[in-house]
Design a protein around this ligand. Structure first.
Ligand code: NAP
Ligand code: ZN
Length: 365
């Protein structure tokens, strides 16, 4: 088997990582743009730490703090205009996957003035200005992946930007998550699990991705018990941050698979949080495998006896009160059946009917 292994992001883990390693910021220029969400980075101390680190290095900065969940191309366009006007040298994404993914796309637009948010999805491979990541969810693993997932309102779905932008540095400090609500903790934690699971069960899985998946899933075993009992202590936060980063490295090697492709429709049309949209499909996704060898290995890593038991556990922590019709699910199944990029990551043949059944059994029956 031939494959490539790449993990170019320098990661610092631990409480106080931003201020302890603030000298790293000197290598990227004289002016930064901080890209963040509306509220959380102001409350959890991550924005304050970064401002202090920049000031002490004599680096000027502007802040764009209007990134919404599942960032739209329009917002990315707006932020990139600010970055161009202010002539920033690098971007610092602080927050969950939304601000970090947005930072990657904004960096590409700032560096490539011939492209705009309206035509960037069709662009050839481009380079962006450097991106530094401070993850405050665990999560997407976006601090180590090259992906940037954006909402394309014209196509009415979420899409990968299609550029490979690795953050230069990731400052991973789990203490920023200490006051995170139970729901955000669960939704983002299940996203991290789903990265490890979809990487492990992927056509592109290889020895390097398996190393990250196996270790990450074994750490997730402890996390799942605590998520079930609601014991949200610092150790859980640190474990989830590690699971998330390991998951990010794993999907960088393999890509994600069916639940991610299928979940985008649930997020776009039903407003379901990203991690929940994956997790809610998991029991039926695992059942669809004809060869269950690796599914059973995965279950043993997380200490769960059967697919049904995992389904029961996920249902007890992921609560969705929305509704969806059979017609809507038929249209989502049709769309994913034509997404050859996602289907090729699933190692077995799968029909549109089977995809519909995953949706239907997860959400209606
Ligand atoms: P998010 O959309 O970035 O944030 C979700 C919510 O959590 C927001 O309300 C945010 O508030 C809040 N939040 C963030 N940090 C917090 C903290 N420490 N304490 C309390 N609340 C906090 O969520 P996410 O799940 O991390 O990111 C999802 C996005 O990433 C999706 O667009 C998904 O498609 C993408 N994704 C990317 C990759 C990749 O490889 N690049 C992989 C998987 C998913 P504020 O808005 O106020 O900050
Ligand atoms: Zn994800």
């Amino acid at each position: 088997m031939s494959f490539k292994y790449l993990m170019p992001t320098k990661c610092y883990f631990g409480k106080g990582a931003v201020l302890e390693h603030k000298d790293e910021l000197k290598n990227f220029g004289k002016k930064a743009m901080i890209v963040t969400g509306k509220r959380s980075s102001k409350k959890n101390g991550s924005l304050k730490d970064m401002e202090e680190a920049l000031i002490s290095n004599g680096i000027n900065y502007v802040i764009f703090d209007d990134i919404e969940e599942n960032p739209s191309l329009e917002t990315i366009g707006k932020a990139s205009e600010l970055g161009k006007e202010e002539k920033v040298d690098f971007i610092i994404g602080i927050g969950g996957g939304s601000p970090i993914d947005a930072s990657k796309a904004i960096g590409v637009l700032i560096n490539n003035k011939d492209y705009s948010y309206e035509n960037i999805l069709a662009a050839p491979p481009l380079k962006g200005i450097p991106v530094i990541a401070v993850p405050t969810t665990a999560g997407t693993g976006s601090e180590v992946t090259p992906y940037s997932i954006v909402t394309d309102h014209k196509a009415k779905t979420k899409k990968n930007l299609g550029q490979l932008i690795y953050p230069e540095i990731a400052f991973c400090d789990a203490s920023y998550m200490i006051d995170m609500s139970y729901d955000v903790t669960v939704n983002t934690g299940i996203d991290a699990f789903s990265h490890l699971a979809e990487s492990y069960l992927n056509s592109n899985a290889n020895i390097m991705s398996d190393i990250y998946c196996e270790k990450g899933l074994k750490i997730f075993r402890q996390c799942l018990s605590k998520l079930l009992t609601g014991e949200l202590d610092l150790k859980l936060r640190e474990d989830l941050m590690m699971v998330s980063t390991l998951g990010g490295i794993a999907i960088t090697q393999t890509g994600t698979s069916l639940p991610h492709g299928m979940g985008y429709h649930l997020t776009y049309f039903k407003g379901m949080a990203h991690g929940m949209a994956n997790g809610i499909l998991y029991e039926e996704y695992l059942k669809v495998f004809k060869d269950k060898t690796r599914v059973n290995e995965l279950l043993s890593f997380i200490g769960v006896g059967s697919i049904e038991e995992l389904g029961e556990k996920l249902r007890s922590i992921l609560k969705w009160n929305g509704t969806v019709t059979k017609e809507e699910l038929l249209s989502y199944a049709k769309s994913i059946a034509s997404n050859k990029g996602k289907l090729k990551n699933h190692p077995e043949e799968i029909t549109e009917k089977e995809l519909y059944n995953i949706y239907y059994r997860s959400l209606i029956r």
